[in-house]
Design a protein around this ligand. Structure first.
Ligand SMILES: Nc1ncnc2c1ncn2[C@@H]1O[C@H](COP(=O)(O)OP(=O)(O)O)[C@@H](O)[C@H]1O
Ligand SMILES: [Mg+2]
Length: 373
């Protein structure tokens, strides 16, 4: 498969791109006693790709439904291109929408599926056809307009849904787990295609996933949600490398969490007491005397052949598992269970389980976190 089937998008564009900013101000949604979304503040800038990432039930879909206009919020305001749209029905919000169940009409061809909303709006047949074909062209299905959904693969059906959302040249796209039904390889392929399409159209996207790899791969900015609230927002590398709480660190991949107390802060580092692991230096943060957790990603914890005074723990190897490209080592050190991950090519010659060794880390790779869990 190539990654370029929809890269012709820019050349088939028919209208100038709209601005496409989305803003939520103190948006709240309750269902009886359940607070689904709690005073959410969020801005998607024109052309930005923002992902809501959170576990099931964290309020992602409810947020999207309120932006799209399919759910009414309990309080707050939604603005598109700076204008409140709270009283506008979905069709007047100028948004393209693909939800998880992007059901296509099975008895209609791909083209008829894309044309459907245009037909509802009484757009003349010739224009309808031209716009539907142009939208199908954008997603690489220019030659497949006559096929019924059952004559298309899962990925192609997903592209028809995408074409359907683009046919009005919307100001922004709302995509709620649009690839949930696809297998892993196809998902990764579609991630690249959607990203390419978004860039070439210069369109803003509000995207939803519960998959941290997908969020990392696609987003300009990740907004991490939990219990209807935003717990952290930032570029993918920032959220991954500098999570604010132990919950965010654990949700975005594997990490070693070690409880600690801050002893002093100086020269851009904090000196912490790590209990059985001794003293350690970490990225500066926190309040002297307070308790935190230190988060060190498994790929940032390194083996060392000799002891040093701080940033060093004596460890005992419990097991090593070869995962193909990388090896995962489990260790115990100072009463903690730790994980080290290294490239398989670096792992040859490691001692067998039970061996005594040392682990160490760069202060900049160790993040002090607020305890939330
Ligand atoms: N129609 C509804 N009635 C009652 N509760 C709902 C309804 N829709 C969603 N909820 C609740 O709101 C919360 C957020 O749901 P949702 O937005 O679907 O989360 P997510 O998309 O992150 O999985 C959940 O606790 C869910 O049970
Ligand atoms: Mg959902």
């Amino acid at each position: 498969m190539t990654t370029s089937v929809i890269s012709a998008a820019a050349s088939t564009r028919t209208t100038a791109s709209a601005q496409g900013s989305i803003e939520l101000r103190q948006v709240r949604k309750t269902y009886g006693d359940v607070v689904a979304v709690d005073e959410l503040d969020l801005v998607v800038e024109p052309g930005e790709f923002v992902t809501l990432l959170g576990p099931s039930g964290s309020g992602k879909t409810t947020t999207m439904m309120m932006v799209a206009g399919f759910e009414e919020h309990t309080s707050g305001s939604v603005l598109i291109d700076g204008k409140p749209v709270d009283s506008l029905p979905p069709r007047d919000r100028n948004l393209g929408v693909v939800f998880q169940n992007y059901a296509l009409f099975p008895h209609m061809s791909a083209r008829e599926n894309v044309e459907f909303a245009l037909r509802m709006r009484k757009i003349p047949k010739a224009e309808r056809r031209q716009r539907a074909d142009s939208a199908l062209e954008r997603v690489g299905l220019g030659k497949m307009g006559d096929r019924k959904p059952r004559q298309l693969s899962g990925g192609q059906q997903q592209r028809v849904a995408l074409a359907r959302s683009l046919v009005f040249n919307p100001a922004a796209l709302l995509l709620d787990e649009p690839m949930a039904a696809l297998d892993k390889r196809l998902r990764e392929h579609m991630q690249e295609e959607i990203k390419t399409l978004q860039k070439s159209l210069g369109i803003s996207v509000l995207f939803v996933t519960h998959d941290q790899d997908e969020a990392m791969a696609m987003s300009d900015r990740i907004v991490v949600m939990k219990d209807g609230r935003i717990v952290q927002s930032g570029p993918p590398e920032e959220v991954y490398n500098h999570p604010l709480t132990d919950w965010v660190a654990s949700f975005l991949g594997d990490t070693n969490l070690i409880p600690c107390t801050v002893l002093e802060r100086k020269d851009g580092e904090a000196l912490v007491d790590l209990g059985g692991l001794g003293l350690g230096r970490v990225r500066d943060r926190g309040v002297t005397g307070e308790k935190y957790a230190v988060s060190i990603r498994p790929e940032n914890l390194k083996f060392s052949s000799e002891a040093s005074t701080d940033n060093c723990g004596k460890a005992s190897l419990v097991s090593s598992t070869n995962l193909g490209a990388t090896v995962r080592h489990r260790l115990t050190a100072g009463g903690h269970e730790l994980q080290v991950r290294e490239l398989s090519s670096d792992a040859s010659g490691r001692p067998a389980s039970g061996a005594e060794l040392f682990v160490t880390w760069e202060p900049d790779k160790a993040q002090l976190l607020v305890l939330e869990q």
